[in-house]
Design a protein around this ligand. Structure first.
Ligand SMILES: C[S@@+](CC[C@H](N)C(=O)[O-])C[C@H]1O[C@@H](n2cnc3c(N)ncnc32)[C@H](O)[C@@H]1O
Length: 191
């Protein structure tokens, strides 16, 4: 093996070692489509103090109700990303019907490959099993001060700054309980 090839191989080894853990393992399924009831959408946006200056990213956006509500009722901008093309079309069609396509749009992509760095608020309603990996991704990408509002399944080993348990009968269909649990996290300053 010549010297050039050796140095190329050692560079590759360094890059792999330096890559964040979440980018190495195969992307896990983040969960099926279960829409957040509208009362809980409203509570999530209130908890995140979403306003007209915010850019909201919903990871796994379903029919787009979180970003659409943020745009329609609060004047925010944002984007939703979903792996299901059919849901992305539904969300964009609804946004068009509501006349908010300038501020709310939806893209068909895998959330693990989606750059979240532009967000001022991130919303999450995904499987508990992916939370450790999602936490690493968000801490690596988001600006300090970005709010993350999580529905039902908290981030492991991260102290939330706000918490609410809200009664909502529509939750029974989704997971047998009539309560939604909301957690607010704020990205800390970089070390
Ligand atoms: C529980 S639903 C939440 C929908 C919406 N955020 C809401 O709260 O109403 C989860 C969504 O994540 C999407 N999803 C699952 N894995 C994904 C992935 N790897 N990338 C993007 N979206 C994904 C599903 O298609 C589904 O629409």
């Amino acid at each position: 093996m010549n010297r050039r090839l050796l140095s190329l191989l050692s560079l590759l080894a360094c890059l792999v070692a330096a890559a964040p853990a979440w980018s190495q393992a195969p992307a896990p399924d983040a969960g099926p489509y279960v829409p957040t009831p509208q009362s809980i959408v409203d509570a999530m946006l209130a908890m995140g103090k979403v306003g007209a200056n915010d850019y909201v990213i919903d990871l796994g956006s379903g029919d787009g109700r979180i970003v659409r509500t943020a745009a329609r009722r609060l004047g925010a901008s944002g984007i939703g990303v979903d792996i299901d093309e059919r849901l992305v079309k539904m969300a964009n069609d609804e946004a068009a019907r509501e006349g908010i396509t300038q501020r709310a749009r939806f893209v068909n992509a895998d959330l693990w490959n989606f750059d979240t760095s532009k967000a001022t608020v991130v919303t999450v309603y995904l499987l508990p099993s992916i939370m450790p990996r999602l936490k690493e991704k968000l801490l690596a990408e988001l600006k300090p001060g970005t709010r993350i509002v999580v529905h039902d399944y908290p981030m492991p080993d991260w102290k939330h700054v706000d918490y609410q348990a809200l009664r909502e009968p529509l939750k029974v269909q989704a997971h047998g309980l009539d309560t939604a649990y909301l957690y607010l996290y704020v990205v800390p300053p970089k070390k």
